[in-house]
Design a protein around this ligand. Structure first.
Ligand code: APR
Length: 244
């Protein structure tokens, strides 16, 4: 970390100590150090693939084989990996009163597994699957069994409780997330390319209400120019250097 980055880190530390309401928005980059791939980095899940053909409503209807194998693989990965020190640090900051809300685009449940509370999951969760017909829900481990995609109640097709491309987000969750963004004095983005809406509108909502925007991310993001402070690098390493 060079002199300028160390100075930025100190400024972010001071902001976190002073802020009365800090909101953190996380993306897939929050979980890569746990072992889960992100989507748009070189090694991301969407490299060489069209997400609309795999993780969408039409894939669920017309391309079930690929849909099933894609989600079975991701659910199987959840069993193998766990939250890392970056997730635990966020939980610690929440406990100490430095973070008031965590909003995530991730569906891995790692913030909750790291005992963060009140997490807003914008894109749903891979920890649960639900029936397309009768809406019954089951724990997602079931997806890994033979015929795990068939509802035991109505024989309907079970799909993960994630927001697919072509589906709308839960209205209550997104409303709550925008309310939180408006309350933020300090809005910190961690591990997101900010390419997907409406999640990528939250930092702008916070800025419009006068919040300070900090982006902690390895790659470029759509809102780098709008951020007051920018920390490039690995989340685990950066949060370990923030002393509150
Ligand atoms: N530390 C810091 N940044 C990281 C790390 C890390 N260890 N690993 C990856 N990143 C950065 C990448 O450089 C990238 O800019 O995290 C960002 C992840 O961006 P995406 O892969 O686009 O993931 P995300 O922004 O969460 O995608 C949003 O798109 O496909 C949908 O539903 C999916 O929720 C997802 C949404």
């Amino acid at each position: 970390m060079n002199q300028e980055e160390r100075q930025t880190l100190r400024q972010v530390e001071n902001l976190m100590k002073k802020s009365q309401y800090t909101v953190v928005l996380t993306g897939a980059g929050m979980s890569t150090e746990s072992g889960l791939p992100d989507f748009r980095s070189q090694s991301g899940l969407w490299q060489g693939k069209n997400p609309e053909e795999i993780a969408s409503v039409q894939a669920l209807e017309r391309n079930r084989e690929e849909f099933l194998s894609f989600y079975r693989k991701r659910i199987e990965q959840l069993e193998r990996y766990a939250p890392h020190s970056g997730h635990e640090r966020l939980t610690q900051w929440q406990r100490q009163g430095y973070v008031q809300r965590i909003i995530t685009q991730n569906v891995d449940g790692f913030h909750q597994h790291a005992t963060s509370h009140g997490v807003l999951e914008l894109h749903g969760t891979l920890r649960e699957i639900r029936c397309q017909q009768c809406e019954r829900t089951f724990s997602s481990e079931r997806y890994l069994q033979e015929q795990g995609e068939v509802c035991s109640h109505c024989q309907g097709f079970l799909r993960p409780s994630v927001v697919l491309f072509g589906e709308s987000l839960d209205a209550e969750v997104i409303h709550h997330a925008f309310e939180e963004a408006r309350k933020a004095e300090l809005f910190i983005v961690m591990g997101s390319s900010l390419q997907v809406s409406p999640a990528n509108m939250l930092p702008m909502e916070a800025l419009n209400e006068g919040a300070v925007l900090v982006i902690i991310n390895e790659g470029e993001t759509q809102l780098d120019d709008a951020a007051h402070y920018r920390l490039h690098g690995k989340i685990g390493e950066i949060v370990s250097r923030i002393t509150l």
